[in-house]
Design a protein around this ligand. Structure first.
Ligand SMILES: Cc1cc2nc3c(=O)[nH]c(=O)nc-3n(C[C@H](O)[C@H](O)[C@H](O)COP(=O)(O)OP(=O)(O)OC[C@H]3O[C@@H](n4cnc5c(N)ncnc54)[C@H](O)[C@@H]3O)c2cc1C
Length: 103
């Protein structure tokens, strides 16, 4: 096994069975497993890019939410997913009012 850190895959050529890396190299493959995970869905609504609107995926996201919660009284959580409800429970434990929304 070869571990390549800091070299994201940028393109797939399924006819040639090659992965193109960001640093210009290519890797040949016989079978390909895509395991690139998921990113939070960001809303395309006015205000979604304001600084007090957060998503949760990384440790940095969690720290930003904890920091913002310190000066907040009421929080809206959009999406009642496993992660959304964990956030709601954690913020309730910090004494904030929490509203959870789902479609
Ligand atoms: C806040 C939070 C808490 C969670 N808590 C739990 C829990 O308690 N228990 C539980 O079971 N699950 C939990 N989950 C869910 C769990 O983290 C995910 O289900 C799991 O990480 C998904 O694994 P994955 O391998 O599919 O993707 P990921 O872990 O997202 O890994 C994908 C990898 O692909 C890499 N990648 C992306 N694009 C490229 C590219 N172009 N080229 C190269 N590499 C690329 C990424 O950098 C990343 O390293 C939690 C998730 C979150 C956000």
């Amino acid at each position: 096994m070869t571990l390549l850190i800091g070299t994201p895959a940028r393109a797939l050529d399924t006819l040639r069975r090659q992965v193109a890396l960001a640093d210009g190299r290519t890797i040949d493959y016989g079978a390909l497993l895509l395991a690139t995970g998921a990113e939070p869905v960001r809303l395309s609504v006015p205000g979604a890019d304001l600084p007090h609107v957060h998503v949760l995926r990384s440790l940095a996201d969690a720290r930003a939410i904890v920091g913002a919660a310190a000066g907040a009284r009421r929080v809206a959580v959009i999406g009642s997913s496993f992660i959304g409800l964990e956030v709601a429970a954690a913020l309730r434990q910090r004494g904030l009012e929490v509203d959870v929304n789902r479609p």
